[in-house]
Design a protein around this ligand. Structure first.
Ligand code: NAP
Length: 320
């Protein structure tokens, strides 16, 4: 079968399409014929071998996939060959024609949800869900700022929060991105490159500030987030790409909480609950993963370049 292989850490050019043997499912595992694989920023950090990230070489990148189960190992119940599924934990790598996952890590993909949309769920939707409901414990009558709403995590957060009765303000860096955020249901949309945009966010809350901020670029925004935060506000740090100088007194002024989160730290029952809730919204059609671009598997290097460029308007998916 065809798969993307990484034999040494480096730039996107180290992603190469190769012929590799088909993986065989062991007990408790299923093999998925991958129809679409989701591309996440973390896969570029691992490919580059950034500090704190890495993988034993050689490897096939990716964990997010949607497809059809084509083989099951021993002792698997509840999933069978022919089932449409999605997963965030394709442990042999999802940038491939076939991938293995633990049967416990696959979830049913409703008939009316495309494989492309299924591949966009895994990491971004669980991250958005965990940030909102398990870390910030956001409540229906609260106000949320999704700081970076046009990308994979942000576009999921806008929909999940809106469906839960939260007032949602989303940011995007381009007209196209902001238009998408509006279409997803954000009550207000602002430009995170405009000079006065956090004053505008505060104005949109009648001067009170927002209760929760989901932060996609904390090294740039964490200090100025306090310009828009209400008393007892919570900031969930989801993305950060560097260091910053910080005055801790900022947290005292409004009794703020800064909550770190990494999806890999989510306990298994929390992760399962997140996917069950997301699955219910997919099933009734209220939640719709936003697809930005579809590329053939062979163009994985281009996908890695584009996922790190500004101007997000949804998820990049690879089609084997
Ligand atoms: P993505 O699809 O590439 O989206 C990136 C988002 O960040 C876009 O909405 C982008 O907006 C926005 N952005 C760019 N500059 C910004 C700024 N100055 N202020 C606010 N937002 C800005 O990536 P993603 O999958 O949504 O992931 C977002 C971040 O979270 C990444 O850093 C990723 O590594 C991280 N992440 C963390 C976890 C975790 O477990 N903690 C899980 C998944 C992702 P424009 O392009 O419109 O400017």
């Amino acid at each position: 079968m065809k798969a993307i292989r990484v034999e040494k850490h480096g730039g996107p050019e180290v992603l190469e399409l190769r012929d590799v043997p088909e993986p065989q499912p062991a007990a408790g595992q299923v093999r998925i014929r991958v129809h679409a694989a989701g591309v996440n920023p973390v896969e570029t950090y691992i490919r580059a071998g950034q500090q704190g990230y890495g993988a034993p070489l050689p490897y096939t990148p990716g964990g997010d996939a949607a497809g059809v189960v084509d083989a099951v190992g021993a002792d698997v119940s509840g999933v069978k060959a022919g089932d449409r599924v999605f997963t965030s934990r394709a442990f042999t790598g999802s940038y491939a024609e076939k991938a293995l996952a633990s049967a416990a890590d696959v979830y049913p993909l409703p008939e009316h949800v495309t494989f492309q949309a299924g591949a966009a769920i895994g990491i971004p939707w669980a991250t958005a869900y965990r940030g909102l409901f398990q870390r910030a414990r956001i409540l229906p009558d609260e106000t949320l700022l999704v700081h970076g709403a046009s990308g994979g995590v942000g576009s999921a957060a806008v929909q999940l929060a809106r469906a839960a009765g939260v007032t949602v303000i989303g940011t995007g860096g381009t007209d196209e991105g902001r238009q998408r955020v509006r279409e997803l249901g954000a009550h207000h949309v602002v430009d995170h490159h405009a000079p006065d945009y956090l004053t505008r966010v505060r104005d949109l809350t009648g001067g009170r500030g927002v209760d929760v901020i989901l932060e996609m670029l904390a090294n740039v925004n964490l200090v100025k987030d306090f310009d828009a935060l209400a008393r007892y506000g919570r900031i969930v740090v989801i993305g950060s790409r560097g260091a910053l100088e910080f005055e801790p007194r900022l947290t005292m002024r409004v009794d703020a909480s800064i909550l770190g989160m990494s999806l890999v730290n989510a306990p298994a029952p929390d992760l399962r609950r997140a996917y069950v809730a997301i699955g219910a919204g997919l099933d009734d059609g209220s939640l719709r993963p936003l697809i930005g671009r579809e590329l053939p598997l062979a163009e994985a290097a281009r996908a890695h370049r584009e996922v790190m460029e500004p101007g997000s308007a949804g998820k990049i998916v690879l089609l084997p």
